[in-house]
Design a protein around this ligand. Structure first.
Ligand SMILES: Cc1cc2nc3c(=O)[nH]c(=O)nc-3n(C[C@H](O)[C@H](O)[C@H](O)COP(=O)(O)OP(=O)(O)OC[C@H]3O[C@@H](n4cnc5c(N)ncnc54)[C@H](O)[C@@H]3O)c2cc1C
Ligand code: SF4
Length: 396
């Protein structure tokens, strides 16, 4: 739903899914008492039919696939559209090893390993778009090093592989109960495939700098009414206690990780994957800035639940989250105007190889604290538009 908040820009949305009454209370009280915005997560689940795909019917386990095609998935949206044009050939089981280049350092195509036969094969193209997820795209470019570019393809800046980011994942938060909003517990009720989101409120653009750290974090979470599995007693007493519904709301922080040169990936020449392709070695750690967010997440989540009148508020913090737990890998082929300090331009086109594009989160110069994929998709649409117009002009 649109909120008009600078830190999470609005868009044109489908109608929002509904919120639990405890979530509404949190939203209203937190806005009123703390000036923070709680909203519904901006997810790619349809709430009205579009292009032959149906509205979500709240069955729950999206990870098992969606018969009504209600969430975005490349296999039944963009890829299906591409195949329907008749101009797209899908080569399956192709594990790309490296980008092929000519003597003028232009991309010619790719070398891939057939996953079934393990045979190396080549395909050729006017332009090459690497879009294999940030780390894998970096691996492909680093493995594409040649005599002219010994440190990796499109790496005259030396930035390729560096400035790796993730999100500081579920490192602090809180949970609390709303006994007056109990409803009834059910195991087969509708399951909303989305949660609530608290928009970043530290270091807002129009406020003085927050003294404890740069940038900030958002919260993901949600409320549900469930059975009281922690009920005391045995036998009949436990069975009766179990049926007493519990309405609990939890908030978990996702913190922004600063882009730092020292967080980087490189090729491990000693270790190859099942296809004989050299793997990545990852070097990443948190800085003091990320560590300072953790107690703040616990404190501010507890404060919001207290403001909403929750009972049994329990803040928590985890200090040993491993980078990578956020599964939001970003950076490693940053975009920028200056070819001396960045790998790609604003259209995700390599500064050094003008018919090579990297369309994923590798281009990110900052990771924000929001989930990355909608931004990845928006950038890809813009870059694809540019690629198409350049091809039509004959520039590529
Ligand atoms: C469990 C989980 C939950 C997540 N939840 C969220 C969320 O709620 N919100 C959010 O914004 N993000 C979420 N993410 C992150 C999100 O999945 C990624 O940001 C997004 O998928 C990245 O898109 P991509 O196109 O760059 O890479 P991918 O979606 O990974 O697509 C890359 C494709 O390239 C193929 N490929 C890889 N290597 C090669 C190769 N060498 N040769 C040929 N093909 C190759 C892969 O098979 C894959 O099909 C989640 C990630 C995980 C793992
Ligand atoms: S909950 Fe997920 S799997 Fe079920 S209909 Fe909605 S989008 Fe599809």
């Amino acid at each position: 739903m649109p909120e008009g908040v600078h830190e999470l820009p609005d868009s044109k949305f489908h109608p929002p899914m509904s919120m639990h009454c405890a979530e509404w209370r949190l939203k209203n009280k937190v806005r009123e008492k703390l000036g923070r915005t709680v909203t519904l997560g901006r997810s790619a689940n349809l709430t009205k039919p579009i292009n032959g795909r149906q509205a979500c019917h709240y069955c729950g386990p999206c990870e098992r696939g969606c018969v009504t095609k209600s969430y975005f998935n490349a296999a039944f949206t963009t890829l299906a559209d591409a195949l329907a044009t008749g101009n797209c050939t899908l080569v399956q089981n192709a594990m790309v090893y490296r980008v092929l280049t000519d003597a003028n350092n232009r991309a010619r195509g790719v070398l891939y390993i057939d996953r079934q036969t393990r045979e190396p094969k080549e395909v050729f193209a006017r332009a090459v778009v690497v879009s294999a997820q940030a780390l894998e795209s970096a691996r492909i470019l680093l493995n594409s090093a040649n005599e002219r570019q010994p440190s990796g393809l499109a790496n005259s800046s030396g930035a390729l592989g560096h400035y790796l980011m993730d999100h500081l994942w579920v490192a602090g938060g809180a949970e609390g109960d709303f006994p007056d909003l109990h409803g009834s517990a059910s195991l087969d009720g509708p399951r909303r495939p989305d949660g609530i989101y608290v928009i970043r409120f530290r270091n807002r653009h129009d406020e003085p700098k927050y003294p404890k750290f740069l940038r900030g974090y958002g919260f993901q979470g949600g409320a549900s009414t469930g059975f009281n599995f922690g009920a005391p007693g045995f036998g009949l007493a436990f069975k009766q206690g179990l049926r007493e519904p519990v309405t609990r709301l939890g908030l978990a922080g996702f913190g922004e990780v600063l882009p730092r040169y020292e967080n980087f990936v490189e090729i491990d020449r000693d270790v190859v994957d099942a296809f004989g392709i050299p793997t990545l070695k990852i070097h990443m750690g948190w800085s003091d800035n990320e560590r300072a967010m953790i107690p703040d997440m616990a404190e501010s989540a507890g404060e919001m639940l207290e403001a909403a009148g929750a009972k049994n508020v329990k803040p928590w913090q985890v200090h040993d989250r491993i980078p990578g737990y956020g599964i939001h890998e970003m950076g490693v082929a940053r975009m920028g105007k200056d070819a001396k300090t960045s790998v790609l331009n604003q259209y995700q086109q390599a500064h050094d190889v003008n018919n090579l594009f990297v369309m994923d989160a590798a281009c990110f110069t900052s990771g924000g604290c929001q989930n990355p994929t909608l931004t990845i998709m928006a950038l890809t649409v813009r870059s694809t538009d540019y690629l198409l117009s350049e091809m039509k002009k004959g520039s590529l």
